[in-house]
Write a protein that binds this ligand. Structure first.
Ligand code: SAM
Length: 372
């Protein structure tokens, strides 16, 4: 039987559901949340509500699937310490850049100097590898490699690495409507579904390097005004199944990957190529490339249960474990049982995604579990 709209909506936790009008994109991507695109993150406002409901300022929250660092950033805004783990090194780079405390004077000097060094006609700094030759027009490749050659001289090289990755993403030879997982480079003009006209793939990267250098500076400065004093975030690059945590946490807030949906390494492949980052995709749980066979789902359940059990071992008794997931296969009751956690509540929220190829609406759950 189909449920009526009214019945469906009566289950919703309205404090966790926002319309586009309540929460426009600029709020969802405020300050450092927009330092670099990341497919599959949750929104900062959801984190705020859950932290306010289940944690007190001064406490320490753990996110074992920390991704782009939304939990960490909002924890710092809400007066909590935070630890985030992720298996993907680009995500750890991004989290570190978002959450580090900077000497803003030095940061501004460095970013302005890097900005001034970007030129449209760069000589070749190094020979592009096969990936760079395939995915970037010759001028864009020269500009990106020249920017990369500058990085080491700066104290805040990591910030510039994120700028380089973001510019590379925008400068790839792709269509405007397939920026997330382009399969083949787009060399010729094409009919653009997004802009409803013929568009041409980009030829240069300098405009992005300049724009994102200044945008990053403004965003880091704006977050510096928002974050609570004296609170810190700790970023761990590792497999959350077997990471040994040094301390005790007051709870977990996380959104695990879901089987067969997103490849978290692959979505930033240009960053791994340009920055020479450590690729540990074989340890990534639920990767789309692993498929959704029975075996893949079993391995996923076992993996997520190990991550949660490992986290629970560093929590005090009755600590909250909040898991945001769209569990359409109903895997989580068993995952929680295997992890030794007790499910106390299941809140439902409405998700409204307005843009991009993955636009549409769906429902998502917040599982409120506890260490017994
Ligand atoms: C749904 S995303 C988290 C997004 C995050 N809530 C945010 O707002 O950015 C899941 C993350 O789990 C990470 N991951 C997958 N397997 C992992 C493992 N074995 N250990 C730690 N992290 C893992 C992925 O790299 C991905 O970044």
């Amino acid at each position: 039987m189909t449920r009526t709209q009214a019945a469906l909506y009566s289950d919703l936790d309205l404090d966790l559901s926002w319309s586009e009008q309540d929460l426009p994109e600029r709020e969802r991507t405020k300050h450092v949340h927009r330092l670099h695109p990341y497919l599959g993150k949750f929104i900062p406002q959801l984190v705020d509500v859950l932290l306010a409901r289940h944690f007190r300022p001064g406490q320490h929250v753990l996110d074992p699937f920390a991704g782009s660092g939304t939990t960490l950033v909002q924890a710092l805004e809400s007066g909590l310490d935070a630890t985030g783990v992720d298996i993907a090194s680009f995500n750890c780079l991004l989290m570190g850049v978002k959450t580090r405390e900077y000497n803003l004077f030095v940061l501004e000097q460095e970013l302005r100097s890097a900005h001034a060094a970007v030129h449209g006609s760069q000589p070749a700094a190094s020979r592009p590898n096969a990936y760079v030759r395939r995915w970037f027009a010759p001028a864009a490749a020269r500009e990106l490699l020249a920017f990369r050659a500058l990085l080491e001289q700066y104290e805040h090289a990591d910030v510039l690495r994120v700028v380089l990755a973001r510019a590379a993403r925008s400068a790839r030879r792709t269509t405007h409507f397939d920026l997330d997982f382009p399969r083949e480079p787009q060399i010729d003009p094409y009919w653009c579904y997004k802009h409803k006209r013929t568009c041409t793939p980009v030829e240069t990267a300098s405009q992005f390097l300049r724009r994102y250098t200044l945008d990053t500076l403004e965003r880091v400065k704006s977050f510096a005004r928002m974050r609570a004093r004296g609170r810190t975030a700790n970023v761990i690059h590792g497999d959350a199944r077997d990471e040994t945590y040094g301390g005790r946490f007051d709870g977990v807030l996380t959104s695990p990957p879901y089987p067969g949906l997103i490849d978290y390494h692959e979505q930033h492949s240009y960053a791994y190529e340009l920055l020479g980052l450590d690729d540990r995709r074989e340890r990534e749980l639920g990767a789309a490339a692993g498929g959704t066979s029975r075996g893949a789902i079993d391995a996923y359940c076992e993996g997520v249960a190990s991550v949660l059990a490992n986290a629970a071992a560093s929590l005090r008794r009755r600590a909250p474990v909040l898991i945001v997931v769209n569990d359409r296969r109903d895997l989580y009751p068993e995952i929680l049982a295997r992890a030794g956690l007790r499910l106390d509540d299941r809140l439902r929220r409405h998700v409204n995604r307005r843009t991009g190829r993955r636009a549409g609406e769906f429902f998502e759950d917040v599982l409120v579990a506890r260490v017994p």
